[in-house]
Design a protein around this ligand. Structure first.
Ligand code: ADP
Ligand code: ZN
Ligand code: ZN
Length: 746
């Protein structure tokens, strides 16, 4: 064959920028190396030099050859994003109508977004030296410690480290204290502190926990799932709390591991469920990595790397772990599949549960969704026989489910929002050595302060919302935009000093109960009391040991904890959700009541659940109480059908916000006009309408909603529409985004 002159090599690159396209670059002959999609390249982009991902190599381009800019450098010898992950991301960019470059950026560990070098480097941590000391050594050690009194900087650093479980890295230390390196070295010389490297791979040396003998329901779920072990299917393990779902996961993992497969387990929030990770480590003799957002960039990349090269066999992670390359993936498990945290609520707004199902389908492997309270989407898929369902209807310990009762608040005397009858019940349970859990989904002392003389309220200056009063800090916080200011002792309007706290939050309940039940220790578990590292762990331990008799908490407490001694669970605020503008509010309420109820009476003593409401006859509560979550969900599905809401119909939201009220409305108006230029068969378009919270963080917010029964028609339309919107001049003055399958409409 005649030798052809070497063709110009061109690569299509996804560059992190908000445009719906890829960019072509030439590959200089000097960089004569094999190119694989998924490699990173550094490329000139405007005045910047950005890291992009090669999508494919081509030999022609619409850009004239002399205009093509050359790649600056190819950063990787091999593809960092595997072919199956690339395929998933390309699909996701199309489905969620999001710029590919940003989609790729989301999927890459932060470390790889910035660093040319892809070699994982572990961070050094400082911690108090762990050592066994002889009596004599102990004495010297104590003397050295005592001498720190004369070195305040060292003492301070020592105390900071002493208060942590695993020590701190430089980044964390920098945020806590200045000029710590010199004293740290001295402490190191004094043998008081040491540095170490946290391994990415976790593995228990001897797994000493043995599986219990599984019951019939568990066995048949496992058998049914394993019959289709090597083909794609979506399995739903619908098991009540305490029915032994985790044991089913463990058994499935064991077979997948013995089959030399890698496993991905997705959980809502790792920080909230340390017990789960422990259970997997305790039982499975394999190498595990954890992936969650609280890890530092290097640590997280090291874990990602171990999954991508096959060293880690079990990956436990939150939402974004769905994008981790795993060459031998054979099973995906999504725990608490109904949880809202699987949906990313800004930027690239994907749903990790839905992408997990697609990933499993592409790979031809099973995916298991577990929940006591499956989402209506999942139940609809079961109804339509797209998913296989396996029920676990009994608690594994055969204890009966707790009795649920409504407490009618109408014309009852209330103490800080708590009914007298409820307080009597709490006394009863405490007297019988039971533990009590009270659940209210509002942090702070009170949702607002109000002037008793003129009615003035503490409003946020930047949002259409009240500012929450936090008593201990004597501050007002806006839970929507984060603004804070000192709590006023006088009314801003009339100067009156009669400023009173209206409504209740966790802090207020905690105060009141601690006074009322002074013989018991009350523990509050919410984002405010668990901000410090280790404090959640500490509070959970005290809850377990029974040291805290009463637990007051937000939905943090509803998730996956197993407190054996809890005999009474109280849900304090249901009425808000019964009449909310959010179309998922009633689903969330039913899930919450069912989940927190599962916390009662798990061990020896029988449990009781009390739900406070002004509307005891509300059909939702009646159905839930008398017929259970399944019956509630079927009713709710019918309602969604009638209202044309998901899952009956598909929803897309075009959101827009701007500091100028007209700018946001103009943009949406033009967007609607654009839309009307084409035929919108099968699609209903509503808007622009104000968002339920019209102003947030100083921005005015409006939206346009699209509804359709035909997903294809809807997608065909929005993939045409989105690039058009980008061209609009009015788009430059606003922030806009498209949300496909929105989680809420706020
Ligand atoms: P879920 O994940 O459904 O809430 P778990 O798997 O955590 O349930 O099980 C609840 C409790 O019951 C755990 O303490 C677990 O060890 C125990 N358990 C699970 N299955 C069995 C079984 N077959 N026999 C005895 N105990 C079991
Ligand atoms: Zn006033
Ligand atoms: Zn605000």
């Amino acid at each position: 064959m005649p030798q052809e002159s070497p063709k110009q090599r061109i690569v299509k690159v996804a560059v992190p920028c908000p445009l719906y396209k890829t960019f072509d670059y030439s590959l200089p002959p000097a960089k004569n190396q094999p190119i694989v999609a998924g490699m990173r390249v550094r490329v000139p982009f405007g005045r910047q030099k950005l890291i992009g991902i090669i999508i494919e190599e081509v030999f022609t381009s619409d850009v004239p050859a002399n205009k093509l800019k050359p790649v600056i450098s190819v950063l990787d010898k091999d593809n960092l994003l595997s072919a199956d992950i690339l395929k998933l991301l390309l699909w996701a960019a199309r489905y969620y109508v999001h710029p590919l470059g940003e989609v790729m950026q989301t999927a890459l560990p932060v470390y790889l977004r910035n660093s040319d070098d892809a070699t994982p480097v572990l961070t050094e941590y400082w911690r108090v030296k762990k050592q066994r000391l002889s009596v004599a050594e102990k004495q010297t050690h104590d003397e050295t410690l005592a001498s720190l009194k004369r070195a305040p900087k060292q003492l301070q650093l020592y105390q900071i480290l002493h208060n942590t479980e695993d020590g701190l890295d430089a980044e964390a230390l920098n945020s806590l204290t200045e000029n710590w390196r010199a004293p740290a070295r001295v402490l190191q010389e004094k043998q008081l502190v040491e540095t170490y490297v946290k391994p990415a791979l976790l593995q228990q040396d001897n797994c000493n926990s043995a599986a219990p003998a599984l019951n019939d329901e568990q066995t048949s779920a496992i058998n049914a799932i394993e019959t289709h072990q090597h083909q794609h299917a979506v399995h739903v393990v619908n098991g009540i709390t305490g029915s032994g779902k985790t044991e089913v996961y463990l058994a499935l993992c064991q077979s997948a591991l013995s089959d030399d497969k890698q496993i991905l387990i997705m959980v809502p929030e790792i920080g909230l469920t340390p017990q789960l990770t422990e259970r997997f480590l305790d039982r499975l003799n394999t190498s595990v990595v954890i992936l969650h957002s609280a890890m530092n960039d290097r640590q997280r990349y090291a874990a990602w790397h171990a999954a991508a090269n096959g060293q880690a066999r079990l990956i436990i992670g939150t939402r974004s772990s769905i994008f981790t390359p795993m060459p031998e993936i054979g099973l995906i498990i999504i725990d608490e599949e109904h949880d809202g945290s699987y949906k990313q609520q800004d930027g690239f707004r994907y749903n990790a549960r839905d992408l997990a199902i697609l990933r499993a389908k592409n790979k031809g492997i099973p995916v298991v969704l577990g929940s006591a309270t499956p989402s209506l989407e999942t139940l609809n898929n079961i109804n339509e026989q797209r998913y296989h369902v396996h029920y676990l209807k009994q608690r594994a310990n055969r204890k009966p489910l707790p009795k649920i009762e409504l407490v009618n608040l109408c014309s009852q005397k209330l103490h800080e929002g708590l009914a007298e009858t409820l307080l009597q019940k709490i006394r009863q349970h405490l007297d019988q050595q039971g533990q009590v859990l009270l659940f209210i989904n509002r942090r702070g002392f009170a949702p607002l302060l109000m002037c008793h003389d003129c009615g003035w309220t503490t409003n946020c200056l930047r949002c259409d919302a009240h500012m929450t009063f936090h008593k201990r800090r004597n501050q007002l916080h806006c839970h929507h935009c984060g603004s804070q200011r000192p709590a006023p002792d006088h009314c801003d309007e009339c100067g009156s000093s009669e400023v009173v706290a209206i409504g209740v939050g966790t802090e207020r309940i905690e105060h009141f109960l601690q006074e009322r039940f002074s013989d018991t220790s009350v523990s509050r578990i919410d984002r405010d009391t668990t901000r410090n590292k280790g404090s959640l762990q500490d509070k959970l331990e005290k809850a377990h040991s029974g040291e805290s008799g009463i637990l007051v908490g937000t939905q943090m407490l509803a998730k996956g904890h197993d407190f054996p001694n809890i005999t009474l669970v109280c849900v304090l605020d249901t009425d808000q959700a019964l009449f909310s503008a959010d179309f998922r509010a009633s689903e969330h309420l039913a899930q919450l009541i069912t989940q927190v109820s599962g916390r009662a009476g798990r061990a020896e003593k029988p449990g009781e659940v009390l739900i406070q409401t002004h509307h005891p006859d509300h059909p939702l509560l009646q159905t839930l109480l008398h017929h259970g979550y399944q019956a509630f969900a079927q009713t709710a599905l019918h309602e969604r059908q009638a209202a044309g809401l998901p899952p009956a119909r598909h929803l897309v939201l075009l959101r827009c916000e701007s500091v100028e009220v007209n700018a946001a409305q103009n943009f949406l108006q033009q967007a609607v006009e654009k839309a009307r230029q084409v035929s919108l068969d099968d699609i209903d378009l509503f808007g622009p309408i104000p968002a339920p919270m019209e102003r947030r963080a100083g921005r005015y917010r409006y939206q346009v909603m699209l509804q359709s029964k035909q997903r294809k028609a809807l997608h065909r339309f929005i993939s045409w529409w989105a690039p058009q919107l980008q061209q609009l001049v009015s788009a430059r003055k606003v922030r806009w985004s498209i949300d496909v399958d929105p989680y809420d409409t706020f």
